[in-house]
Design a protein around this ligand. Structure first.
Ligand SMILES: *Cc1c(COP(=O)(O)O)cnc(C)c1O
Length: 488
């Protein structure tokens, strides 16, 4: 005679109760010999929390029937298993959320992956600043209070040809501060072709209104003439502003007014011209075969009264916003209360100075400035690295995928010329099984992200692509070794 449904449920409840009763008490686990090294490493509170979390999860699983098929002889809730699960939980819980990854996206200055990587000299300076007191705002000559900008402004002026300089948290802050200090309740004239959105919610019109400045748009999206600027100038005008088209290009029937044309008009009306350069390189990149970007020095020489640019884009330094230009304008900017709110910390200054010093020896720049070294790596280097990694990758992905070495194009990133310009090479993995490849590629891309040091690639043209430009030789062994841990 078969059991009724009610009897079956009662039986299950009894066995579930018996099963849960085998779970060792929290007190026993925490007092066990195995728990002592965990307590020494993580502290009693965290270990207790982790044990409880393990047991709660198991109770839930048992009630949901997930453990139903467990072989009863193996003691699903043995002390050993509780400890093992607790160890895993503690490791997971205490792992840093900000983790190193392999940037194989092909974008060198990847905003989401932290932009510029810093040279050793900067790393050493940051370690010192972190662990020892420093003369951040202390004038060693007079023994009096100093200004943190003094540590670095003359170096910035030397490298840019500007009269004065100041540094804030990032370039968005630099633009906000500049507009707040010079154009509050006044008008700023900007061409419609330069009303940029950078991404991450930086939009020129929005920053303008936050700064209390009135945007005076002129011209059209594709064409703006000098006479448009001229017609817009009135008694309320504070500033003429140009914004570098960092992440887009307007081509075809176009006209924009160059700085050397605009500056004389501004001077005639006694108005300053500000240029938001975005990336703002300090050296001519064309000498290394890279796309030409306007340098800060050339922009100053062409008549800009103020120039703003980022520290962690082509400059290759820490996140920062640099403002250079005429002395009296910089002085006004530095006096604004927002300067105090947007100022940089000592870690930024510590990192920025040695990076700027590299520019004083331009003949070594390509080798020593990490960003430039990565941008100028020849494709053959990446191709050779890809060949070396190929067997390990093919083994890791198995027969369902086919890995190969192929040429590809890297990008500079962070808005410096948005088109593919840097010939590179890397690993390409296609799905070799039957049916559509979409899911299989997503699965592989995720498995790469789940490696101990996540590998970030991209899916394009029906393949997972790993551009090896940013995998320098010192990191190659680690990259290849962990491929064995890929779980597909
Ligand atoms: C990148 C960029 C910004 C923002 O700079 P952050 O340093 O990211 O704040 C502003 N303007 C332009 C033209 C840019 O390219």
């Amino acid at each position: 005679m078969s059991e009724t449904v009610g009897q079956a449920a009662e039986h299950d409840a009894r066995t579930l109760g018996a099963l849960l009763a085998t779970m060792p008490a929290v007190e026993r686990v925490i007092a066990s010999e195995e728990a002592q090294p965990l307590i020494a490493q993580y502290g009693r509170t965290q270990v207790l929390d982790a044990i409880r979390a393990t047991q709660d999860a198991w109770r839930r699983d048992a009630r949901a029937g997930v453990l139903a098929n467990e072989d009863k002889d193996t003691e699903p809730f043995s002390l050993e298993r509780v400890i093992a699960d607790t160890v895993r939980r503690l490791a997971e819980r205490t792992q840093s959320r900000l983790r190193p990854v392999f940037n194989l996206t092909g974008t060198v200055l990847h905003t989401n992956l932290g932009r510029a990587l810093l040279p050793d000299a900067a790393v050493e300076a940051v370690v010192q600043a972190l662990t020892q007191p420093a003369n951040l705002e202390f004038d060693l000559a007079s023994g009096k209070r100093g200004d943190r900008d003094d540590l670095i402004d003359s170096l910035i002026c030397e490298l840019t040809g500007a009269e004065a300089a100041t540094v804030v948290n990032n370039n968005a802050a630099a633009v906000l501060l500049l507009l707040s200090a010079l154009a509050n309740r006044k008008e700023v004239v900007v061409s419609r072709g330069e009303l940029v959105e950078i991404g991450g919610a930086f939009r020129i019109p929005d920053i303008m209104s936050r700064a209390g400045a009135r945007l005076r748009e002129i011209g059209t999206t594709n064409r703006t003439h000098l006479k448009d600027y001229e017609a817009a100038i009135n008694a309320r005008t504070a500033l003429l502003m140009k914004v570098h088209c960092s992440n887009y290009a307007i081509s075809g029937f176009t006209k924009s007014v160059e700085l050397d044309e605009l500056a004389p008009l501004a001077r005639q009306h006694g108005l300053p011209v500000a240029v938001d350069l975005g990336s703002g390189t300090l050296v001519d990149l064309a000498q290394w075969g890279l796309p030409a970007e306007p340098t800060v020095r050339a922009t100053v020489e062409a008549g800009a009264d103020l120039v703003t640019f980022s520290g962690d884009k082509l400059l290759g330094g820490p996140q920062a916003g640099l403002i250079v230009g005429r002395k009296e304008l910089i002085a006004k900017i530095k006096k604004h209360p927002l300067k105090r709110a947007l100022r940089v910390g000592k870690l930024t200054l510590a990192a920025l100075e040695p990076v700027l010093r590299l520019y004083q020896a331009p003949e070594f720049l390509q080798e020593r400035l990490t960003t430039l070294r990565l941008l100028t790596r020849p494709a053959t280097q990446m191709q050779e690295a890809a060949q070396r990694a190929l067997p390990a990758l093919q083994r890791a992905v198995g027969d369902a995928y086919a890995a190969s070495v192929e040429p590809m194009f890297s990008q500079i990133g962070s808005g410096a010329l948005p088109v593919d310009v840097l010939p590179s090479s890397g690993l390409v993995v296609r799905y070799a099984g039957k049916g559509g490849s979409g899911r299989a590629l997503l699965k592989l891309e995720r498995a790469l992200r789940e490696l101990p040091q996540p590998v970030i690639g991209r899916i394009a043209d029906d393949a997972v692509r790993l551009d090896l430009r940013c995998l320098e030789s010192w990191a190659e062994t680690a990259f290849v070794a962990q491929l064995a841990e890929l779980r597909l």
